[in-house]
Design a protein around this ligand. Structure first.
Ligand code: C5P
Length: 401
């Protein structure tokens, strides 16, 4: 499975993680997550709600974590009866996956009416939740309110993914795949190769207005830029994503700034500096209409001439600043990729440039990339964009460090 490439390198050695499992059909996937956490070297303790035990038995998690599973606040066998306090004080992270709509509601209200909710309230470590529920429950106003409250309380929300659901419906609400949850953890634990770094990413197309209802744009979907932002966040960076118009959701933990035109993108990028790294993935329009019409243009048999003027090159401008961040460019070419891409890297004075064939990449879910740096070329054979983004971030981290 291509999209899973890279998680074998996730290390959680010596990290103490409490895996909270709540009641939902995705609880069966939490068993795989538990196995992956243990394989990555984490010291895992599992806590299950009563409802979770209707889906999977504690014995499954005991076998996978190698430790007794915590199921009740009222377990007289657990020492001084203060297990919930000790456990959450010692842990590096509390991860609730799957997190049901009901559990999120209890969490948002600070309830402590079972072991897992008490662990959450008593914790002094970070808390991440991977929601899993039917799409209507996910869209419901109370769930929206609870999520907003949890985010404001500093809880990291991982996912959910969209797709086919156990109930047969299709939409957002599926728990993220265990491998994708695992990939997000080093970032949350501040343990990734970009921990402590600020990363600024541009993504998507720009939209250059012709009049109030029309404009010039391109076929960029934003998928690559969003994947790069996600991979940088997974690697522990504080990520700001300046995005042209796309229909994608911001990845977990990434701050998104929405823009339309190249001029707006430039202004947003300059506002968000300084940054340690700048990754320009956006397909910025090279030209804009000289004077966009204030009112909708009327059709005329005489045709229409639009005068286009050059847009500023945001990447070249940032790379030329004194104390410039480490700048990464993208070059989509339709022919002679290596030649054009390397020339572009030299012209814009970039330490790293990512080349791809435009016809092969635009709007697609996968890409074949060629990295250019001072040491030469590094091919990244075809894979889905998130895998490619993770490979790129790993390469960038080695150059930076
Ligand atoms: O010169 P070209 O447009 O092919 O360069 C592509 C790279 O430059 C991409 O990284 C793109 O995000 C960036 N770029 C920019 N501002 C522009 C044009 C391109 O930042 N006006």
């Amino acid at each position: 499975m291509e999209s899973r490439v890279g998680i074998e390198s996730v290390s959680l050695a010596y990290k103490k993680i409490i895996l909270g499992v709540t009641g939902g059909i995705a609880a069966y996937k939490a068993a795989e997550l538990c196995r992956l956490l243990a394989k990555a070297g984490a010291d895992v303790r599992v806590a299950m709600t009563a409802a979770a035990q209707q889906f999977v038995t504690p014995l499954t998690f005991q076998a996978l974590s190698g430790k007794p599973v915590l199921t009740s606040l009222w377990d007289s066998a657990s020492g001084d009866g203060m297990e919930h306090i000790h456990l959450s004080r010692d842990a590096d992270l509390l991860l609730v996956a799957p997190a049901s709509a009901d559990f999120l509601a209890r969490l948002a209200h600070g309830r402590a009416d079972d072991l897992l909710s008490t662990l959450c309230l008593a914790r002094s470590c970070g808390l991440a939740v991977a929601p899993a529920m039917n799409r209507e429950m996910w869209a419901a106003a109370p769930t929206r309110r609870n999520l907003e409250q949890l985010r404001a309380d500093g809880v990291s929300v991982l996912g959910p993914a969209a797709g086919e659901q156990a109930c047969g419906e299709i939409g957002p609400g599926r728990m993220l795949e265990p491998a994708d949850i695992l990939a997000a953890l080093p970032g949350l634990l501040g343990a990734g190769p970009l921990a402590g770094k600020r990363v600024l990413v541009t993504a998507g197309p720009t939209f250059e207005p012709i009049d109030p209802v029309r404009g010039l744009t391109n076929l960029s979907s934003g998928k690559m830029g969003y994947a790069v932002a996600q991979a940088a966040a997974e690697a522990g960076a504080a990520v700001c994503l300046v995005s042209g118009p796309t229909c994608l959701a911001a990845p977990a933990g990434v701050r998104r700034v929405d823009v339309q035109s190249a001029a707006e993108m430039r202004a947003a990028v300059l506002r968000e500096l300084p940054s340690d790294v700048f990754i320009a993935v956006a397909a910025v329009a090279d030209y804009r209409v000289d004077a966009a019409a204030p009112q909708k243009l009327k059709k005329s048999d005489a045709g229409l001439n639009l005068r286009l003027v050059a847009n500023p090159d945001i990447l070249a401008e940032v790379a030329a600043l004194p104390g410039a961040p480490f700048c990464v460019g993208f070059a989509a070419e339709t022919e002679r990729l290596a030649e054009h891409a390397e020339a572009k890297r030299i012209r814009k004075k970039l330490p790293l440039l990512v080349g791809n064939l435009a016809q092969d990449t635009l709007g697609q879910d996968s890409a074949e990339l060629l990295l250019f740096d001072d040491r030469g070329r590094h091919p990244l054979p075809r894979a889905d964009k998130l895998t490619q983004a993770r490979r790129l971030i790993r390469h960038l981290a080695t150059l930076l460090n």
